[in-house]
Design a protein around this ligand. Structure first.
Ligand code: MN3
Length: 205
């Protein structure tokens, strides 16, 4: 398949003032697009690999020829992670989760504030470029994990529920070196409806 940018469900300026329009535009139309272009380019001579979905590529990297494996891993990961990141943000959102995921957070982390504190600390403490995730495993247990580069939890048999991009390109224009401030403001654009939908899909399986 030819991989393409997923449609953004909001405008570049819709997440203002927490994420600025310029960052959104460059992040989505330049950075994300570049990962897709490089992925398509790497697969151009491999028609059998072009038939695979993005998730199939990520969970079976061992069948990718070694010559292109690294570039496929990084760019398929970049495409997957960014697509997921856009989907868990929404204008006029934030606040606290409801439903099943709220219960799971409460039973695992005691309360929402403690969860938020731990997730923020993990994201802020991640060395270099990467992502911090809330995931659920096959037994329904939720946890916070961080991944380097464009690694992601689906290759470790976790189902992602929520993610924040802490690569500098995600916040540098507005926040410069102040990653903690970006993370703190990002909570205002988290779509808990989407996180809950992800959780319900995951626990039904
Ligand atoms: Mn990014």
């Amino acid at each position: 398949m030819i991989h393409e940018l997923p449609k953004l469900n909001y405008e570049y300026n819709s997440l203002e003032p927490f994420i600025d329009a310029m960052t959104m535009e460059i992040h989505y139309s330049k950075h994300h697009q570049a990962y897709i272009n490089k992925l398509n380019d790497a697969l151009k001579n491999y028609p059998d690999l072009q038939l695979k979905t993005l998730a199939e590529i990520i969970i079976s990297l061992d069948v990718i020829p070694s010559k292109i494996r690294k570039i496929v891993k990084n760019n398929a990961g970049g495409h997957f992670n960014h697509s997921f990141f856009w989907s868990v943000m929404k204008p006029n959102s934030g606040g606290e989760p409801k439903g099943g995921v709220a219960e799971a957070i409460k039973s695992k982390f005691k309360n929402f504030d403690k969860f938020k504190e731990k997730f923020s600390a993990d994201a802020n403490g991640l060395f270099g470029s990467g992502w911090t995730w809330l995931v659920v495993d096959k037994k329904g247990d939720i946890k916070i994990i961080s991944t380097s580069g464009h690694d992601n939890p689906i290759s470790k048999v976790y189902i992602p529920l929520l993610v924040i991009d802490v690569w500098e390109h995600a916040y540098y224009l507005k926040y410069q070196n102040k990653r903690a401030e970006y993370i703190n403001n990002w909570w205002n654009v988290v779509s808990w409806d989407e996180v809950e939908a992800n959780y319900q899909k995951a626990v039904v399986i």
